[in-house]
Design a protein around this ligand. Sequence first.
Ligand code: MD3
Ligand code: FE
Length: 217
Amino acid sequence: MLLDLFESAAEVESQPAALGPGAVILRGAAAPTAAVLLAAVEHMIDQSPLRFMTTPGGYRMSVAMTNCGAAGWITDRSGYRYDAIDPLTGRPWPAMPSAFTDLACSAAATAGFSDFRPDACLINRYEPGARLSLHQDRNERDFNAPIVSVSLGLPAVFLFGGTQRSARPRRVPLLHGDVVVWGGPARLNFHGVVPLKEGHHPLLGRSRVNLTFRKAL
Ligand code: MD3
Ligand code: FE
């Protein structure tokens, strides 16, 4: 029956799939709540605005960033670190909204990390041309905790490398609503984002927003 075919296709689409050892993708898992998530982002950037941070080497990042939660990731001339205070406002980062916590915890649980509780969420805003060069996320204290990422808006090509910088990365498209849990053997893999292509998204216009949930402390 045709209806059964469509139903099973829809089910398969939302099933967790392995991108590689330790990396589980939930295609479209955040699409139903995207409008709620983005309204929370708007409220957040009223309190702690998006800004272009400076790398320790003195380069201005092309991705605009802010944070919510007990700790926020920052970079400046003195290095990369987490801090409870937003250096731009001198105040704590905005609290993590329950819609964020709920999504991150349920995605992590689906991937087998039922005790994951994020205390930091880095919000990355890409406009066409913005990119993130190959790096590892190593400023968190506990590498046993996974990182959960949520992609919204324009599609991006994600670079998924290995544990050595020299391994040639795979190119993985990340689309609006995709949620990925990066844990276990994938936790310290090199990764990056190729320059965002020009485009228009119905909810976000010329931009992509990525939320990364971490246990930083
Ligand atoms: C794989 N952000 O904020 S999310 C970052 O799309 C970051 O904005 C990218 O890399 C973005 O640090 C990629 C996917 C991601 C995040 C963390 C990871 C993949 C990861 C940590 C380990 C391995
Ligand atoms: Fe990263």
